[in-house]
Design a protein around this ligand. Structure first.
Ligand code: KG4
Ligand code: ZN
Length: 359
């Protein structure tokens, strides 16, 4: 079954065709980064306008690249939540119209569950899942449920137990900023570039991660064992370096930006892994499946690969960030179960449908 997946929850206008929930026949991601870079962040109004301009062309390109016409598509899926409301509405409405006009089954899916599904996809070219770092395993069907999910993006940081593609229990989450947001905000403060994650990841490779020490949040006990906090780190990175400049550095030389990037990144990953390892200990689960833009982070991948007792599965780098293939992939799973959404289904900026907390 060939499913068209549409993703417009934030600043990527994306469409893909996936066969049988697994094989990516095409994946087109049109990024709006140049339009938001001047503002150092996504401007929701600009995002939804660009999606409106681009969605037809992006969807058409995904069909062309798959060598298919609209008549070959057998189901349609779109991200319906969570995300920027105006942006979500564009893709959701396009997908509904496509499905309605061709009499196809339609499903609105959750963007975060789709990120968790991404490692099960086979990207074009055949190889399924990339080998992220020595010791870590490629993704794909071998990730049996239940496993631990590590969902890390610009809007969410979630550690969960996954019992099925649509059945997750949130074990921990951020109590303030998301991890990707912290990368973006630190990068914005120092003028490193936008979006910050990939820039900091690259800069950190030539930096000293021990150059600056930032405190970890005291969330490691009791009910917060698997939770994270990033707003304190963001403030520390900014304030501590101002102090460094004054107290220890009368000559006024600037700290190396690569050292700032590496030290921040190390602490950001330490926070994430402390919560994740607590979750592994509490649940006894030995497989970790990552997803979301921050799952592309090379330092996170390398650190996880050091834990030989855990099996760590990452999506291929191009399927970590927002894409239509993860939407089509998870959409297929609902459609083969006979589940569809009514064409009256609305977009939602947030979702509360998971057990425990899901911000
Ligand atoms: O999943 P995603 O594409 O969009 C959301 O659903 O939010 O994630 C985007 C986030 C941004 O905060 C971006 O800075 C971060 O993922 N990101 C990274 C890397 N690549 C993207 N963070 C750390 N290291 C990276 N290599
Ligand atoms: Zn995302």
């Amino acid at each position: 079954m060939k499913v068209l997946g549409i993703e417009t929850s934030c600043d990527e206008c994306a469409a893909a065709v996936v066969e049988d929930g697994r094989k990516v026949l095409s994946s087109v991601v049109a990024t709006q980064i140049p339009f938001h870079a001047a503002y150092n962040g996504v401007v929701p109004e600009i995002a939804s306008r660009k999606h409106t301009e681009w969605i037809y062309g992006v969807a058409k390109e995904s069909l062309d690249k798959a060598g298919l016409g609209p008549g070959d598509i057998e189901g349609v899926a779109a991200a319906g939540r969570p995300g920027l409301l105006g942006s979500l509405l564009v893709g959701l409405t396009f997908a509904k119209a496509f499905a309605w006009s061709r009499g196809l089954p339609f499903i609105a899916v959750d963007h975060m569950l789709a990120h968790l599904y991404a490692s099960r996809l086979e990207p074009p070219g055949g190889a399924r899942g990339t080998e992220p770092a020595p010791g870590a395993e490629p993704g794909g069907p071998s990730a049996e449920y239940p496993f631990l999910g590590l969902l890390v993006s610009g809007g969410h940081s979630i550690i969960c137990r996954a019992d099925n593609f649509d059945d997750i229990t949130v074990l921990g989450t951020t109590i303030d900023d998301a991890v990707g947001e912290a990368f973006d905000k630190v990068s914005k403060h120092y003028g490193f570039g936008y979006p910050g994650g990939a820039v900091i990841d690259r800069m950190a490779q030539t930096g000293d991660s021990e150059a600056f020490r930032f405190p970890l949040p005291s969330l490691h006990k009791g009910e917060h064992r698997c939770d994270m906090s990033y707003s304190g780190l963001k403030t520390a990175v900014i304030n501590q370096l101002e102090q460094f400049r004054g107290k220890h550095n009368p000559a006024g030389t600037e700290p190396r930006k690569e050292d700032i990037a590496a030290s921040f990144q190390k602490t950001a990953v330490d926070i994430l892994l402390r919560a994740l390892f607590n979750a592994a200990e509490d649940t006894g689960l030995k497989t970790v499946v990552a997803g979301g833009g921050v799952a592309a982070n090379s330092y996170l991948r390398a650190r996880l690969a050091e834990r030989k007792d855990l099996r760590c599965i990452f999506p291929p780098a191009e399927l970590c960030g927002d894409n239509g293939a993860m939407i089509a992939g998870i959409g297929y799973q609902y459609l083969v179960r006979g589940e569809t959404s009514p064409l009256s289904v609305n977009a939602s900026a947030r979702v509360n449908g998971f057990k425990r907390r899901y911000p």
